[in-house]
Design a protein around this ligand. Structure first.
Ligand code: MSP
Length: 626
């Protein structure tokens, strides 16, 4: 901002401008606007299978950060899309008997739909088969070639089609195959590899070892910190081998041709990584660079923390400011896989529990630095407990016409909280500390910790409700006291509603509409306790904020097939009520959920001292049910 003001100041002092200098001023201003953009990206998704909850996680994590930055006043460029070239996709299209382009169109649309269903508000959806991208990749190839970073060589070694990765002997291992015979797989991903020898173009990756270590000197360049350590270890353990960056066209037809030699296709990772430059607007000037944050899963760290910055430095571009790495989701403790049949489809899951619940669970339960486990039953428990009970019920109690007869958000002052006794003071303290706590967490992608604090503040508000019982005060006609309680809780809900916009955007918007918070008053700066001098009327929509999700049938939870209860013979069984085995499964799953919750509470350290750490059962008084 300061930089902007200074530039503007100096621009204002220019007099008698020529047309040329006017043009240069305009382009400086454009550059200024571009510099201020906060550029964040997801990886682009392979179109070889339908979107699952792992993809949804990458997306909602990125979307939450993008929305958080937006309400903090940043102009954001949030990019996502699909990775459509390469052998893996070529083979998937062939297996489906489809023309590769048509196949990519179809699956790319599925990703777009899934991402939109998850309420991800991206600015650009890039497909690597688009002309704008193919041009960029060819241009970059030419730059690298002209700068002498590419030479013709040959490759003899292992290739993993599923990961589209060239692997050295030590990066592979032998394991027993399905028929018991040994097969060679990637040591990292466990996916099969094949041996080949071919002529291809190579990139002088070995020349960039020092530059990469320099880039990594900044501690925040790869986060969480353990992943930065991994990258440094890879770079210091042994010399980087040069990297093959093309495949003969007779082996890989489905790729971008090498501009200077059409008998070769460009290696799919070189192609895919430069999507980030295409969406930045390159080669038009000015373009948004470098990316502020690139969100990636741990499996693609090597490509993003070694190949990507090396390509960029070689071509004369700044590497990204930060890579945010997240771990993976397992399902009921197992890696998601087609053969196990436990892949959780995003669209089906969102239809079963609502996009809000799915998003909320992923962000509330997802810890980027460790693997996370998905279970439908746990999702339902968490969403019901936090969104229906802790948040929704509080709103209902504060705004229901049975108690809030005048349908207002009352005026409220600090002294009013203290007038409510110890519970009111506890709520006040929790509320005033909340913005700092949450922004520290959100800044670091620790949405789960921020949400933990938010939920604890809401619990304090529920404790005020529970102990002061406004429904009884109303019977005694003590309306001033009633509105004191409602005022404190509604102010809490206003602050929380603003903070939850990045997490559950449509639910927050409904909440803030009901509280009649003007659209201009929903920025992060407004998420702070503010004395409300004037009362204001509530918004008109009285419908329930978050409908409780019907409990998952244990069998459905165990298989994680959201619709399984609606299919065939199992339904008959469920109508008779759960079997012993199912009851046991349910108990176990609930125990697991409680343990996970307890573990998280423990991790929060000082927050555990705050009131209301235990799961609170919120009874709805009879008067409010009417
Ligand atoms: N196409 C490459 C990325 C190229 S970026 C220039 C790719 N695609 S992917 O579809 O396989 O994965 C996309 C993202 O989803 C990756 O960040 C990956 O880590 C993430 N996930 C895939 N499975 C996952 C889980 N089970 N859990 C969480 N995220 C996971 O890699």
């Amino acid at each position: 901002m300061k930089k902007g003001m200074n530039t503007l100041f100096s621009l204002c002092h220019l007099r008698n401008m020529s047309l040329a200098s006017l043009k240069s001023v305009t382009s400086s201003l454009a550059k200024l606007a571009i510099d201020e953009r906060f550029y964040i990206s997801t990886p682009i998704f392979y179109v070889n299978a339908a979107p699952h909850i792992g993809h949804a996680y990458t997306s909602v994590l990125t979307d939450a950060m993008a929305r958080y930055q937006k309400i903090k006043g940043k102009k954001v460029l949030y990019a996502t899309g699909t990775d459509e070239h390469g052998l893996k996709i070529q083979q998937a299209a062939t297996a489906n008997n489809e023309d590769p382009k048509k196949y990519c169109d179809r699956i790319s649309d599925q990703f777009k739909e899934a991402i939109q269903i998850c309420e991800c508000d991206y600015d650009d959806y890039i497909r690597t088969t688009e002309e704008r991208h193919e041009k960029v990749v060819q241009k970059i190839w030419t730059i690298l070639e002209e700068k002498g970073h590419i030479y013709k060589g040959s490759y003899e070694g292992w290739y993993c089609v599923s990961d589209e990765a060239f692997l050295t002997e030590t990066q592979t291992k032998e394991v027993p195959g399905p028929d018991g015979k040994p097969i060679r797989v990637s040591a990292d991903s466990g996916r099969p590899v094949e041996l080949f020898r071919e002529e291809n173009y190579k990139f002088r990756l070995s020349a960039f070892q020092k530059d990469l270590l320099k880039w990594l000197e900044n501690e925040s360049v790869v986060k969480p910190v353990q992943f930065r350590g991994d990258v440094i270890a890879w770079l210091t353990k042994e010399e980087l081998p040069d990297l093959s960056i093309s495949r003969p066209i007779d082996r890989l037809k489905w790729g971008i041709p090498v501009p200077s030699d059409p008998s070769h296709s460009i290696y799919v990772w070189l192609d895919a990584l430069f999507n980030y430059l295409t969406v930045a607007g390159y080669p038009d000037e000015p373009y948004v660079w470098p990316p502020n944050i690139q969100v990636i899963g741990k499996d693609i760290l090597k490509f993003h923390a070694i190949y990507w910055p090396a390509f960029l430095i070689a071509a004369g571009f700044e590497p990204p400011k930060q890579l945010l790495v997240h771990c993976h989701w397992t399902v009921e403790g197992q890696k998601m896989s087609k053969s196990i049949g436990n892949v959780v489809n995003v669209v089906e899951a969102a239809e079963r529990v609502s996009p809000t619940a799915l998003r909320y669970f992923l962000l509330r339960q997802g810890v980027p630095g460790s693997d996370n486990d998905f279970s439908m039953m746990q999702l339902i428990n968490v969403a019901n407990s936090d969104l229906a009970d802790n948040l929704g019920n509080l709103l209902q109690r504060c705004t229901g016409p049975a108690i809030n007869v005048d349908q207002i958000a009352p005026s409220i002052f600090e002294a009013d909280f203290h007038a409510l006794g110890q519970e009111g003071t506890d709520l006040f303290n929790s509320l005033v500390q909340l913005p700092d706590k949450v922004s520290k967490r959100f800044d670091d992608f620790e949405f789960y910790m921020g949400l933990q604090s938010i939920m604890l503040t809401l619990k304090c508000a529920n404790i005020v409700m529970q102990s002061k019982k406004p429904w009884e005060l109303k019977k005694q006609n003590k309306m001033d006291d009633v509105y004191l309680i409602l005022g404190a809780c509604i102010e809490t809900l206003r602050v929380v509603g603003i903070m939850m916009q990045p997490i559950v955007p449509s639910l927050s918007s409904k909440l803030l509409d009901r509280l009649n918070v003007d659209a201009s008053q929903r920025t992060w700066n407004h998420a702070v306790f503010t004395e409300q001098v004037e009362k204001r009327p509530l918004g008109a929509d009285q419908t329930i904020l978050f409908k409780r999700i019907a409990e998952a049938q244990p069998t459905a939870a165990a298989t994680n097939k959201p619709n399984v209860a609606a299919n065939g013979p199992k339904k008959e069984k469920q109508e008779k009520g759960p079997s012993k085995k199912e009851k046991k499964e349910k108990k176990q799953s609930e125990k697991k959920a409680r343990n996970a919750e307890a573990l998280k509470e423990e991790k929060t350290g000082n927050e555990a001292e705050e009131k209301g750490g235990d799961k609170m059962v919120i009874e709805t008084p009879e008067v409010l049910k009417k």
